[in-house]
Structures are given as C-alpha cells and as structure tokens.
Write a protein that binds this ligand. Structure first.
Ligand SMILES: Nc1ncnc2c1ncn2[C@@H]1O[C@H](COP(=O)(O)OP(=O)(O)OP(=O)(O)O)[C@@H](O)[C@H]1O
Ligand SMILES: [Mg+2]
Length: 389
C-alpha cells in the first residue's frame, strides 16, 4: 500500500448545532482512487469540503502528509476540486479556461521572489492537459461550442493542469447521460492512472463507485458504515444497510443457533458463518443472483411467483414465500402464479450483526422495511447544497 497522504481523525461537523458528520476517521493513501458513497444528505460533500479546506471541522483533525491542516486555507492545500457544475468561464476559450489557474499562480524564482510562469511553459502544460482529456485541437473553441461531456473534460483539464497532489471530484459526471457517463468513468480512471494523483470521488451511484474505485467508503447519516475494496464491500457488507445500498438484496431476520447453523424463513440452514453468540438475532442477506429457482420441491423454500420484469440482461422475479417476498435474478422467466422452489447453498447465505434500527421480535423484514430512501429524503435530500442539476 502506498504511503498515507490524508487522515481525518474524529472529524465532527455541525451546522447550527446539528451534527452532519459524526466523528469520522478516514485514511487516504497516495495515488488511491477513493470514493465516498452514500445516499443524499449523508455528508459526502461536507467531507470533501473539509478536505478541500472550504469548511473547518467543529472538532477533530485533518492531516496532510502528517501535518495538521485544519487552518490551512484552500489555495495553500495541494488539492483541487471538480464540482458537478463545472463553472467554466464563458467569455474565455478552452485554452484560457485551462490556463487560468497557471496564469494567476506565482512560483518561487529561487531568489526569494515570486514570478509568473513563463508563457512557453503555460502553453506546454495546457496542451498536455488537453491531450490527456482527449481534447487535443479544441483549444480555440468557445465553451458554448462544446457538448456537456467536452465541458466536463475541460473542467478536469483545468483541475489537473497545476498538478495537485489530490483531486476532489464531487459527482463530476452527474449531469451527463448514461452512455457518456460510462465512457467518462473509464476515461477518468485512465487519467488518474496516467497522472498518478490521488482521487477522492463522490457519488451516490453504487455501480460507479464499484467500477472506478480502489477503496469505497460507504456513508449513512454522517457516519462511515464500511471502508473496503469494491469486492469486499460487495461480498462482505458489514450490515444490512451496506448490503442493501450496494446491491439489491434479500434481507431477512434470523437467529444464529450455533456456528454454521442459522434459521430464517421458518427453516434451519447450513451457512459458512461462525463466531456469533448462541441464538443471537441476526440479519441474513442473500443476493438475488444467488437464489436458484428449482421445481417446487427442489429447494429448501417453496413459493409463488408474483411478478416478472425483464431488466435487459436478466429477469427480476418476485416470489412470495409465506410472509416474505424474495427477489430473484435469473436468465429464465417463470410465469406469474407458478409454484417454484428456491435453493440456497451455504455460501449464498451471509449472516450479519443486526444493528439496533430494526424492530425487536419482528418475524421478517421486506425490502420496503429496510429501504432507507424515505428517511433521507426527509432528512437532507432537499438539494440545499445547490448541486442538484
Ligand atoms: N452550509 C450548511 N449549513 C447547514 N447545513 C448544511 C450545510 N451544508 C450541508 N448541510 C447539511 O449537512 C448534511 C450533509 O450534507 P452534504 O451536502 O454533505 O450531503 P451529501 O452527502 O453531499 O448529499 P447529496 O448527495 O445530496 O449531495 C445535510 O443534511 C445538509 O443539509
Ligand atoms: Mg453532495
């Protein structure tokens, strides 16, 4: 692992006495692509603004290369930011938009004074940055003569041209359509590899986070839920919130009887988990793609198909098993009303500690019960940070 670059230590941020970041701890390494992922209002932008120096934490420390930088202003941090709205200068052409930061920068000239960058070097750096983002030959264009994707590239060129050590990107692809967004995801990742700088990336799109990042930080309500590689986060979510946010999941309440033995949905299942207390209440998470449909008596569970939707590359099927509705992803489509069996192997069953937010003694949770969306919409999803497109 490369060396540590940024560290947030017990960082709390409160606005008008209301805590929006709750003592978060986070380490960011040199050249890492780290993504803050979470629902609207969970504190992603606030975390980025703390790192960028646009906010000072209410308590806790921010360290850069080991030095505390709580009171260092933004322009003195080796950090640049790309926002969702690119804020290019409409009266300047592409070249001048990218060159802007270089023209105002003053560099030490060795003799104790500061001077401007020579024009030749500005030219070289701007052309280099434009080439990197695939805009070679576009330097004379006006901003209004560019597509949304091209404007986004100009914004990125402008942010990397003065060679920051860290680039902060706040939903930079949010305004682009899906196809362009996918292309740019790939290109951004490529740019990051080529220039070898640290990216701290914000998104609420789990697929984007999983495909682009070295490290994903899942946040909820101002708390970090889990930090890990995309594979870890997907395969070993630490709780039902992460499991549900990171991919669709069946989340069922169960009881861990003893090591490797869990009961849920009225049956005892073999599993691969151990280390829980005897008879500890747990959440059982099963991915929809891991549930196999069989003839009615071919699985451990038996249910009735209540909906089938084609999703492009698979069918999403809901099956009623007693009180619980199971979601299954399959390449074959049963008919509504069909009786089917559901087969789970021990590896498909993920047993997790149950956080306190679930009601005691409830028999089963449906996806609706754990769907966090409505809460967040009330809490903070009203676009108050002005970044919604
Ligand atoms: N300057 C501010 N004054 C008061 N409250 C603020 C301020 N900035 C952010 N908040 C609050 O802090 C919480 C976290 O906001 P933040 O912008 O960090 O969320 P986010 O995760 O970036 O959400 P989104 O995905 O909608 O951009 C929200 O409840 C928001 O209302
Ligand atoms: Mg935000």
């Amino acid at each position: 692992m490369p060396k540590e670059l940024i560290r947030l230590v017990d960082c709390t941020m409160a606005f008008d006495g209301e805590i929006v970041l709750n003592a978060i701890n986070l380490t960011i390494h040199d050249k890492e692509f780290l993504t803050l992922l979470g629902p609207s209002g969970c504190g992603k932008t606030t975390t980025l603004r703390l790192i960028g120096g646009f906010e000072t934490p209410t308590s806790g420390g921010i360290f850069f290369d080991g030095a505390r930088i709580n009171d260092v202003p933004p322009h003195k941090r080796r950090v640049n930011t790309v926002f969702q709205k690119y804020a290019l200068f409409p009266h300047l052409n592409v070249f001048e938009n990218v060159a802007f930061g270089l023209r105002i920068a003053k560099i030490p000239d060795g003799g104790g004074k500061k001077s401007r960058l020579p024009e030749g070097e500005i030219e070289e750096r701007v052309q280099g940055a434009l080439e990197l983002v695939g805009l070679k030959g576009y330097h004379r264009r006006r901003v209004h003569q560019l597509s949304g994707g091209q404007q986004q590239r100009v914004a990125i060129a402008r942010a990397i041209v003065n060679r920051p050590q860290v680039l902060l990107l706040d939903e930079p692809l949010g305004a682009l359509d899906l196809k362009l967004r996918k292309e740019m995801q790939h290109e951004l990742k490529e740019i990051q590899r080529q220039v070898g700088i640290t990216f701290v990336y914000v998104t609420h799109d789990q697929e984007e986070a999983l495909t682009m990042s070295d490290t994903v930080v899942v946040m909820n309500h101002g708390n970090i839920q889990q930090i890990g590689t995309p594979v870890d986060i997907y395969n070993e979510p630490v709780n039902a919130f992460v499991a549900d946010f990171i991919g669709e999941s069946n989340i069922i309440q169960g009881v861990m009887h003893k090591d490797y033995s869990v009961s849920f949905a009225g049956r005892l299942f073999e599993c691969v988990d151990s280390g829980f207390d005897p008879n500890q209440p747990v959440d059982v998470v099963v991915r929809p793609e891991d549930v196999r449909m069989t003839p009615p008596d071919g699985g451990q569970l038996r249910g009735t198909v209540n909906s089938v939707t084609f999703k492009g590359v698979f069918y999403e099927i809901f099956i009623d098993v007693g009180e619980i509705e199971w979601m299954v992803h399959s390449t074959s489509a049963p008919k509504i009303g069909d009786e089917v069996g559901l087969l789970l192997t021990p590896e498909d069953i993920h047993v997790m500690d149950r956080p306190d937010l679930f009601p005691e003694g409830a028999e089963a949770l449906t996806l609706e019960d754990v769907d966090p969306e409505p809460e967040f919409e009330d809490g903070g999803g009203d676009g108050e940070d002005g970044e919604e497109a």
